[in-house]
Design a protein around this ligand. Structure first.
Ligand code: ATP
Length: 666
């Protein structure tokens, strides 16, 4: 990144002009005493300085950089008759910047033994906003194009290959002959066009063996522009009319665009994404790379210190002071052909291979170590996961075993309860029934051990005491209980219930999870029990259920047997009547008949009692059937639903529990 180099060159003055000049030069500053304007530049050359000095200030370096592959641009700017052409082209007495550059260029190339060069030259003018080829005068009105390979270029412009400074200068002379020069009041040989002298420098490395492929085919291409601008002018001063006036207008217009571009660039418009009007003139478009682009650029601002041109000088100095703030980004321009690219890559590979071989074993060892570490870590991780899996498997197996064990225990317990209940209850009930109701001649008094009389037997037959009724409050309807339970459920259970209902496909069956909270009596809000509690309750419920069933069966059995015995007694009595009774027997007959009457009445009463019990049992059975059918529906659901139901474990048991509670309460 480099700033545009700006130098100021003041042309010699006549004695009169020198005396009246308001300008003063001090070092690199120029100013008018007692005036606010003071301009500072990289270099200021007074009228005594020669062109070589001006050239050496910066242009020489730019030429040297161009040989190395950097673009370079030097242009002379200033009002008409300020000495631009004198500075750039020079004269017979004093060489200008262009011839000096050409000489230097060839000299520098001669010194560059490692590279081989190809130089081309072009010379063009921008006259009235038209580009004319000065080396091929027939090539007029050339167009400007741009492409990625060449950048901005003038299509059709002749480029002459040159091999010596003399050849260049000859061609330049040829071009000058076709340049538009006109006479004005201010300059007998006024340039009426901007001229751009261009050297295109191509070079490539010629060290190494081409056959061995060690030569790098990268080609450096740089462009050196040496520009002699037409001078800004005032028609009043130049007295331009007609064609001159038109020329002057175009000159001023393009210079104004140049001024705008310089101003914009100096304000940082391009870096801030602002618009820079390069395309507003052919001059700025061609010089675009030189202005804020890929180029080393220098501006030589030609001025006259005469009093009469103070305003124009001030204007030129303002332009130059803006240009000094512009920075460019010059870099070596290298073109790589496919072959060159391949060669370069081969070279890089070879270099890398050499480096690799140097540190080969060490590098491999490190790599192996790193790989081993990674492998070890992976192995450890794998073992850890396998252990975890094994433990998990064991835990699962243990859970399974525990569950099986519990199921087996429950089964055993149920069986035990079944048998013990049956035996116990049967004995008790049978004893009770016989003692209290039947067998007047056979039964013994519990306390005395004596046989009981029939009247005693009858008096001891309160059948209803066999089924003492529990006053546990009124029975609540099953559906009502479920409704109650719903209101007690917590939201999570309600959600479960909703899922179940959906799974049931809109069935009206109660949600099994709701059954977990069902009791046959109104109670306080039941909290959700733990699974252990539920299991425990379930076990008790099953036992109670089985017990109750057994009791019921025995009850019925007893009643049936009683009936049979009663019938038998009646038969016996009838048989007794048919035989001729003895006197004693005749004497006892009324009492026996009375007893028999009592027995019969008891039997009748008992029969009605049996009837009641049977009816009640039938009702209970119907109730059971209803519940069981509901349970069957529940347990024959699709697998998706049964999965949901499985969540509420022990549903069936809970139903049994409810049924048992209901039954027991009866
Ligand atoms: N430094 C100088 N030393 C000697 N003579 C000079 C110097 N500068 C300019 N001149 C003379 O001044 C006259 C005008 O100079 P020149 O043509 O170079 O001006 P210009 O800026 O190119 O004008 P224009 O813009 O009209 O072309 C020429 O005769 C030139 O020889």
């Amino acid at each position: 990144m480099e700033r545009i180099h700006v130098s100021v060159r003041a042309r010699p003055l006549s004695v009169e002009d020198a005396q009246s000049s308001p300008w003063r030069i001090s070092g690199n500053s120029i100013f008018i005493p007692n005036h606010y304007s003071k301009f500072e530049f990289d270099r200021i050359f007074d009228e005594k300085c020669g062109t070589r000095q001006v050239y050496e200030a910066r242009t020489r370096d730019i030429v040297a950089a161009a040989v190395q592959g950097f673009n370079g641009t030097v242009f002379a700017y200033g009002q008409t008759n300020s000495g631009k052409t004198h500075t750039m082209r020079g004269s017979a007495a004093e060489l200008g910047v262009i011839p000096l550059s050409v000489q230097d260029l060839f000299e520098t190339i001669q010194k560059e033994s490692d590279r081989e060069f190809l130089l081309r030259m072009s010379y063009m003018e921008i006259y009235n906003e038209e580009i004319n080829d000065l080396l091929a005068p027939e090539h007029r009105k050339l167009q400007i194009h741009e492409n990625p390979e060449r950048g901005i270029f003038v299509a059709g412009l002749r480029e002459e290959i040159v091999v010596s400074p003399e050849q260049v200068l000859d061609l330049m002379e040829f071009g000058e002959a076709h340049r538009h020069i006109g006479e004005t009041n201010m300059n007998l040989h006024s340039s009426r066009s901007h001229t751009i002298f261009r050297m295109i420098i191509e070079s490539r490395d010629r060290t190494g063996d081409d056959e061995a492929g060690t030569i790098c085919d990268a080609i450096r291409v740089s462009v050196l522009n040496l520009v002699d601008l037409a001078g800004s002018e005032r028609a009043a001063k130049t007295g331009a009319e007609g064609i001159r006036l038109k020329e002057g207008s175009h000159i001023n217009k393009s210079l104004m665009t140049l001024g705008t571009v310089i101003k914009k660039l100096s304000e940082g418009a391009e870096s801030q994404g602002g618009h820079v009007p390069y395309r507003d003139s052919k001059l700025t478009r061609i010089l675009q790379p030189a202005l804020g682009g890929n180029s080393n650029t220098a501006i030589i601002c030609n001025i006259t210190l005469a009093q009469v041109h103070a305003d124009e000088t001030k204007s030129s100095l303002q332009f130059a002071s803006r240009a000094i703030r512009i920075t460019n980004f010059a870099h070596v321009n290298e073109i790589l052909t496919d072959a060159a690219l391949l060669k370069r890559q081969k070279k890089e590979i070879e270099e890398l291979r050499a480096k690799l071989q140097g540190s080969h074993s060490e590098h491999l060892e490190e790599e192996i170590l790193s790989l081993r570490n990674t492998l070890l870590q992976t192995e450890l991780e794998r073992e850890r996961i396998a252990l975890e899996l094994e433990e998990e498997k064991k835990a699962k197996a243990e859970d399974k075993r525990r569950l099986k064990e519990q199921a087996r225990k429950i089964e055993n317990l149920s069986t035990m309860v079944l048998y013990s209940s049956r035996n116990e209850c049967q004995d008790i009930i049978q004893k009770d029934r016989r003692r209290e109701t039947w067998c007047p001649g056979v039964l013994l008094n519990k306390t005395t051990g004596k046989a009981l009389a029939a009247s005693e037997v009858v008096s001891l037959s309160p059948m209803k005491s066999v089924r003492p009724k529990r006053n546990t409050g009124p029975l609540i309807q099953f559906k009502e209980l479920i409704q109650d339970t719903e209101s007690c459920l917590d939201p999570s259970l309600k959600r479960d219930e909703e899922v179940s209902v959906r799974a049931l496909g809109g069935s009206n069956l109660p949600n099994p999870s709701a059954l977990m909270h069902v009791t046959n009596r109104r109670k306080a809000v039941v909290k959700q029990k733990s699974s252990t509690q539920v299991k425990h309750n379930t076990r008790c419920a099953i036992q109670r259920y089985i017990l109750a069933r057994i009791v019921s069966d025995i009850h019925i059995d007893c009643l049936v047997r009683k009936l049979a015995e009663t019938t038998k007694v009646c038969h016996l009595k009838q048989e007794d009547f048919t035989e001729s009774p003895t006197e004693q027997e005749a004497h006892n007959m009324p009492k026996q008949l009375k007893d028999q009457e009592e027995v019969l009445s008891t039997m009748v009463e008992f029969s009605s009692d049996v009837k009641d019990i049977l009816m009640e049992l039938q009702a209970t059975k119907a109730y059971f059937d209803e519940i069981f059918s509901m349970m069957d529906e529940l347990f024959h659901l699709p697998s998706t639903v049964s999965n949901t139901l499985m969540v509420s474990s022990g549903v069936k048991e809970i139903c049994c529990h409810y049924l048992l509670e209901f039954y027991v309460s009866q």
